[in-house]
Design a protein. Structure first.
Length: 140
C-alpha cells in the first residue's frame, strides 16, 4: 500500500504562497544562470594561449639550439613564476608559466635551420609579464 505525501503547507490554504514560491524560484534560476555565465566568461579568459589560434606575441630566430635556449630562459622564468614548467614537444621544448587570472604564458622553442624559432604566446595586454618577455630577448 503506497502512502501519499502530504505537504505541510498547502498552496490552496495560503494563496499568497503560490506567488512567493514563484518569486523564489525565479531568483534561484536567475542566480544559477548568472553563475553559469560568469564561469563561462572566466573559462574563456583562461584558455591556454597555445590553444587559441593566432599569431604569437613575439616570434624570433636564434642561432642557439632549442636545448641551449631553453636552459637560458627556464631559470629566468622560474625566478619570476616558480611554478613554470618545461615539456618536450616535437623538435623542441615548451615552457609554460601558469597564470591565476588569465591565459598561461607559453614559449615554444623549436628547431629551425641551424638554430631555433622562438614563439611567445601571452594573454591580454593588461596581463603580460614584461620580465618574461625581457628574458626571452636577453637569451637570444
Amino acid at each position: 500500500m503506497m502512502q501519499q505525501c502530504v505537504p505541510l503547507i498547502t498552496l490552496d490554504v495560503y494563496p499568497a504562497s503560490r506567488y512567493i514560491c514563484h518569486i523564489l524560484l525565479q531568483r534561484i534560476i536567475m542566480r544559477v544562470l548568472i553563475g553559469a555565465l560568469a564561469v563561462a566568461a572566466l573559462a574563456g579568459c583562461s584558455l591556454p594561449a597555445s590553444l587559441v589560434p593566432g599569431e604569437p606575441n613575439v616570434s624570433e630566430i636564434t642561432a642557439k639550439v632549442p636545448k641551449d635556449y631553453a636552459q637560458c630562459v627556464l631559470p629566468a622564468w622560474q625566478r619570476e613564476i616558480p611554478k613554470t614548467t618545461q615539456t618536450t614537444i616535437s623538435n623542441g621544448y615548451r615552457i609554460t608559466a601558469p597564470s591565476v587570472v588569465t591565459a598561461d604564458e607559453t614559449l615554444d622553442i623549436v628547431k629551425y635551420k641551424n638554430g631555433s624559432r622562438i614563439s611567445l604566446y601571452q594573454g591580454p595586454p593588461w596581463a603580460k609579464s614584461r620580465a618574461l618577455m625581457k628574458s626571452v630577448h636577453d637569451c637570444l
